[in-house]
Design a protein around this ligand. Sequence first.
Ligand code: GLC
Length: 793
Amino acid sequence: MQYGHFDNAKREYVIDRVDLPVSWTNYIGVGDMHGVFNHTAGGYLIYKSPEYHRITRFRPNGVPMDGPGHYVYLRDDESGDYWSVSWQPVGKPKEHFRCRHGLSYVTYESDYSAIAASQTLFVAMDDPVEIWDLRLRNDSGRERTLSVFSYLEFSFHQVDMDNRNFQMSLYAAGSRCVDGVIEHDLYYEQNGYQFFTSDFEPDGFDCLRDTFIGPYRTERDPLTVESGACQGSFEKGGNHCGCLKKTLTLAPGGEARLLFLLGEGGIEAGKAMREKYTAARADEDFARLAAFWDRKLACLQVETPNAGLDTELNIWNLYQSEINVMFSRFTSFIEVGGRVGLGYRDTAQDAMMVPHSNPAKCRSRLIELLRALTTAGYGLHLFEPRWFEPVREEPGFQSPTVVPVPDKSEIVHGIQDACADDALWLVSSVVQYIRETGDFAFADEVVTYADGGEGTVYEHLEHILDFSAREVGRSGVCKGLRADWNDCLNLGGGESAMVSFLHLWALGNFTALADRLGRGADAARYRDMAEAVRDTCRRVLWDGKWFIRGITADGRRIGTQRDEEGRVHMESNTWAVISGAADREQGLAAMDSVYEYLFTPYGLMLNAPCYTKADDGIGFVTRVYPGLKENGAIFSHPNPWAWVAEAMLGRGSRAMELYNALCPALQNDRIEIRQAEPYSYCQFVVGRDHTAFGRARHPFMTGSSGWAYYAATQYLLGIRPDFDALRVDPCVPADWREFSVTRQWRGARYEIRVLNPEGVEKGVRSLRVDGREMDALPPLPPGSVCRVEVVMG
Ligand code: GLC
């Protein structure tokens, strides 16, 4: 069953049926001010920090769901009937409403009561100002008098202050309205102001939420809208809202356009922004926003026989990956700002995926991660970048409640809280960044360590590799420490096959860099280390048909042929191949086992059979319900590892089968099962052993997006940047005869056409750059364009 469709020409997903089974969200803003909004205008806006600077309030996991939001109510002043442009919160018959999710904007549309209305939410490009662009048209054939009411609920800025300790919070914020500008003021803070204004002279306002809503009512039937009259309420203390009212008379066919502006700053800032953001300027900013995404998307565009893959790579998959890099992971309807900062492993992986479209942000993320590395060589699992900034910027939140400022000894946790994989990801991310950009000097940049001292980026990477070489268990396999990538597979502190494979992968990337930088002695030393790791992996971790997942602290091997539960695991088998630990026979056998045990029509499950008996020697995974999350769900993030592994083994048809199973865009007609948005990868899809098999959960904030993008572009389509060349090494289904990729690399544009006359899955017979035979694509002067023809065979 479908609820909407992809409009690829406009780069929008159009929700035709708004009564979705769950909320479908999207992001607005591409800088300090950003927010998350669903298909009914529910959601919230933040400035810089989802913990300290929340602008509008959200009641997560609430009933009614997904509110409050940034709403526009329309009231027919003749009949008293009223509705909201975004369907909810009033909730008039659903057939009158639609939603368009675009790149960093959302448009809500309605045609209820023969009034065509649309409300677009987006953020200005140069100022922290959210624009609500409201358009109305009277399609009724008679004159209509309508009252327009905006509504938003202000937040007490800090997430805890917003959700508890109301004996303080309720007396800390005030509001007023001067010359058509509502001001919200968190009085504890020096600059704790927001404004809400409009490009018209309002004829009424309310700043007090409870006055607007009325006792024992909700946003569905607010007293102010029902009565049609604002009270002009404001006060020092209480809960505050942004309601501006305008009554309009529209002739038959008559149109109106109104802008509302929500921004940082008080009355004066509001007035200045109202001057600046005229309708013409709003149009200009909307066009600039489109151009912002044009530039990013133009870095890589594809045309293949797989429409789902095209939709993903050309639009949504890159968009999702960029959002993760830009905003990290803690602004959503699921993560609502109480847990913030950067997760070490998640950020290290996110930053690896989009250096072509966002090199500056990837680089700054890498620096933040490098600064949060300890001299011992492990990363701080969850940290705030500001802790390690040369000039420490404190968040702009002040309160009389004493919240002790942690000192460094508390910030730098010990090895007992370290995850064995965290920093290993960073090695490959740094190398990937250099391969993409050619910024070799980055390796020699000097960066501090979390616990004091400094060293070059290159030295940081050495610390990471040395740490993993040191922290091995009895069998010589890397210790799992608190956990590896799988938060729930703790092995009681035993040994993790996955971490040894990651170590080997990182070593491969690092030695390539050392070679390229001419540091032969280092390359030799780490090549020896890699040899030793490979030997251990082959000796200890192979179980005859696949690789085991690890060894518990008390010496039990996990993920063996003898196990009844947790027999086959995806992480260890995919990484055995990607790292090069597996020989070809082992790799084929391991990936066949993955297919046999883990494949479902919705993607690969993380492990099977699910655990049903609690076993703390293995870890929390045995206490997770079977089929959910880490216990046998189709955890999306590792699925692309399997595509990479299959591509490395040369099995393009299999790789694409796995790709298609997870591909959100190909699930658009299965929403009764999937439930979640088909334009976003989700953290997991419920696995086979659960009654909700196939249901997807937790959109946007997931490493699956970046990995899907990386795996599909670099291993399936096979366009891979290297230090001195752009390589073309596709692995595609045998029935693909042709595809093309336009790729920008180091300022030049490569128009690549790949032909597959013999229907092979891998192998390049010839490669021509502007007619000249070559092995790979050389760097070209910035601004140049070349045509590349590749023949597989
Ligand atoms: C969540 C975490 C991620 C972890 C994964 C598997 O997605 O954010 O860090 O790797 O779960 O446990």
